[in-house]
Design a protein around this ligand. Structure first.
Ligand code: NAD
Ligand code: USQ
Length: 398
């Protein structure tokens, strides 16, 4: 099968590309390098040194003899996307190519508009490209668990059966997202479901939880195959940040009460979930939703685990309560149905001490690259205009 990976230079897209290539799929990656531009502009960097996309692809070919096709393009540019679809003729397209940081989308109007334009228009273009050039191509789209928010009932897998005034229906699960970024995913989901209905497109919307981990089996084959590992206040996610904080003696940044609970998944499971989605193609016109998590934790649970493992490794790990910059429920019910990927054969890598130890050890190895000035959050959900300069003012690490 021919798989086109949009956003194939990112944290998840690159490991996905080499995972599928290793499995014998014919892979192409498409990316506008927006993340690399963001890093350059704001003086931030991945904890693990990463090679250019060109060099990564060359190194992969040197090591395995397998070729990956590269397209430099922007998903909001229909011509560029159309070219990739026409030339590569994908059987499935895996769509990672979005602005994915909630804090970024909450900086100010400009960043909110960029996020929603980039994500919603990019996805709309992908839907049109499938319709026009590859009508039987399966869209595997990265959604997010945050589309659902934190309702006081179990979160079902995309749909909920409702009885209302004596009548019954199965309807999309209510959405209560918590940032302009998470909202962009909700808008995408609606557009995808609509296009499945009107054009017969086949799609899988993967509502993925927070991903953690620095390596997959393929990226660990060679340092030049490493994927990015973000720890800054904009792109770094909770557990990844806690590991680098433990490694540098920075207090763990628990926002608010720390009782916020989220679904989590190891990056090694992400790549497998996408393969499972690709292998189990939906029918024409079918819109499927899978909840792509393997377990859930509160922020306090995560902090406690990092404290315990870090202390055992001889580190002095402390916790700091940071006034929550986000508007989010800090004490809430959380129970998520997530059986569809397990039914397809997912065997989860659950978070254990060995995994945490290897993440902390990896960050210790690259400790010199950590710039502590990037850690503390300055983007506040309550302000319409955060100082954009808060990112731009950060000096480039020496
Ligand atoms: P990332 O920022 O590391 O990678 C995204 C890639 O897409 C980048 O290489 C970027 O340059 C590219 N890109 C962005 N907009 C583009 C456009 N318009 N055209 C072409 N390329 C574009 O993010 P990631 O962590 O790899 O996330 C990938 C996807 O998975 C995103 O859609 C994200 O919302 C979703 N997701 C991520 C997580 C997580 O914890 N990382 C969790 C759930 C869902
Ligand atoms: N948090 C802390 N301390 C930190 C960072 C975060 O307490 O230093 C808290 C946040 O307040 C929030 C939770 O941790 O309650 C998760 O925040 P996060 O930054 O780890 O993740 P989030 O902003 O939700 O976004 C990430 C990815 C996004 C993906 C999403 C999955 O960046 O692309 O869509 O996880 S989900 O949350 O399930 O929607």
């Amino acid at each position: 099968m021919r798989i086109l990976i949009l956003g194939g230079d990112g944290y998840l897209g690159w490991p996905q590309a080499i995972y599928l290539s290793q499995k014998g799929y014919d892979v192409a990656v498409f990316d506008n390098l927006a993340r690399r531009h963001f890093d350059l502009k704001h003086g931030i960097d991945s904890l693990l040194p990463i090679q250019s996309l060109q060099r990564r692809i060359e190194r992969w070919a040197e090591l395995t003899g397998k070729q990956i096709t590269k397209y430099h393009g922007d998903a909001t540019d229909y011509k560029a996307l159309a070219h990739a679809f026409q030339e590569f003729e994908p059987d499935a397209v895996v769509h990672f190519a979005e602005q994915r940081a909630a804090p970024y989308s909450m900086i100010d109007r400009e960043h909110a508009v960029y996020t929603q334009y980039n994500n919603v228009i990019g996805t709309l273009n992908v839907l049109y490209a499938i319709k026009e050039f590859a009508p039987s191509c399966h869209l595997v789209k990265l959604g997010t668990m945050g589309e659902y928010g934190t309702p006081n009932i179990d979160i079902e897998e995309g749909f909920i059966e409702i009885e209302h005034k004596g009548r019954r229906d199965v309807l999309p699960f209510p959405k209560q997202p918590g940032s302009f970024y998470h909202l962009s995913k909700v808008h995408d989901s609606h557009n995808i479901m609509f296009c499945c209905r009107i054009w017969g497109i086949r799609a899988t919307d993967l509502n993925q939880g927070v991903v953690y981990g620095a390596e997959t089996y393929e990226t660990a084959l060679d340092p030049e195959l490493a994927t990015r590992f973000d720890y800054d206040q904009i792109y770094g996610t909770a557990l990844n940040r806690f590991c680098i904080q433990a490694a540098t003696g920075y207090p763990l940044t628990v926002y608010g009460s720390g009782n916020q609970t989220r679904g989590y998944i190891n990056i090694k499971d992400t790549v497998r979930c996408i393969e499972l989605a690709i292998e189990s193609q939906p029918a024409s016109g079918e819109y499927r939703v899978f909840n792509q998590i393997t377990e859930w934790f509160s922020i306090n649970d995560l902090a406690a685990q990092v404290e315990r493992v870090g202390t055992r490794m001889g580190l002095s790990v402390q916790r700091e309560v940071v006034s929550n910059p986000r508007v989010e429920s800090e004490n809430h019910y959380y129970n998520v149905v997530h059986t569809r990927l397990l039914d397809l054969g997912l065997q989860p890598h659950l978070l254990d001490d060995a995994e945490l130890e290897s993440m902390i050890a990896l960050t210790l190895k690259h400790r010199d690259r950590i710039d502590q000035r990037l850690i503390l959050p300055t983007v506040n959900w309550r302000k319409a205009e955060n100082e954009v300069a808060m990112v731009e003012r950060i000096p480039t690490p020496a």
